[in-house]
Design a protein around this ligand. Structure first.
Ligand code: PEP
Length: 256
């Protein structure tokens, strides 16, 4: 098996967390010890209200703090919006773009997602671009066609592949406790790496990371993270509690 890049473990807190939840960040910071640091990179994406506080809490711990969305412009008359520059200024290093909940509840298109990924790169943030099929796509046998269309519409071709991450999140697996078979995850990840090579070129391909997301838990993380072409995980519910999220990170394979 070819060498894998160090796993990237990312937590998406969604619209959960008050300042009292910062104790979980403090707990994660203590648990992210030198052994774990060798195995994986560790990032938590709290709601925008907590980014600054979480970054302060994580200072000196090597934990990264990210956000869950950004606007495409740097500033201006966009009431209620938060720009990538503002997130970077608050201490974020990463931003999730195109999560299926945003694609569905806020009608974000692939074009919007690509603009947001470019805004993130402009601000020096690492975009995590989410793609994934619905259950009816899957049942109709359209998974790879849907992923191909989302990737070609959402991934900026100019991007530096080391600063861009893709998360494969089958929508039917998010928050449901359901996961694809290991063979299906492996097939889609292999396909995504191939498509990214076509979009971004093969330069830097060895460092390119594709995360799996959708009901990752301490009990299934080890077998998923061990798969070839799976370079980490994007974790929702199980990232809210430090013990669970650290257990997932501890399941990352030792780098070889
Ligand atoms: C997510 O929302 O990105 C996610 C993967 O959620 P969960 O882990 O709860 O399925």
């Amino acid at each position: 098996m070819p060498a894998k890049p160090r796993s990237l473990i990312v937590g998406n807190w969604k619209m959960n967390g008050l300042r009292s939840s910062l104790v979980e960040i403090a707990h994660m910071a203590r648990g992210y010890d030198s052994k774990l640091r060798r195995a994986c990179e560790f990032i938590v994406c709290p709601p925008a209200t907590l980014v600054y506080f979480a970054a302060k809490e994580a200072l000196g711990s090597h934990i990264g703090i990210g956000a869950q969305d950004c606007h495409i412009e740097a500033s201006g008359a966009f009431t209620g919006e938060v720009s990538a520059e503002m997130l970077a200024d608050s201490g974020a290093t990463t931003v999730i773009v195109g999560h299926s909940e945003r694609r569905s509840y806020s009608a974000e298109t692939d074009g919007d997602v690509k603009s947001k990924a470019l805004a993130a790169l402009r601000a020096g943030l690492m975009p995590i671009i989410c793609v994934g099929e619905t259950n009816s796509d899957r049942e109709g046998g359209h998974t790879l066609a849907v992923i191909k269309r989302q990737l070609s519409g959402s991934v900026p071709g100019s991007a530096d592949s080391e600063t861009l991450v893709v998360a494969y999140e089958p929508i039917w697996a998010i928050g449901t406790g359901l996961t694809p078979t290991l063979a299906d995850i492996a097939e889609v990840h292999r396909f995504i790496h191939r498509e990214l090579n076509a979009i971004l070129g093969s330069h830097g391909a060895a460092l390119r990371r594709v995360l799996y997301g959708g009901s990752v838990k301490p009990s299934n993380a080890r077998e998923i993270l061990a798969l070839e072409h799976v370079d980490g995980a994007l974790v929702g519910g199980a990232s809210l509690k430090a013990e669970d999220f650290l257990a997932i990170a501890r399941a990352a394979p030792a780098p070889h």
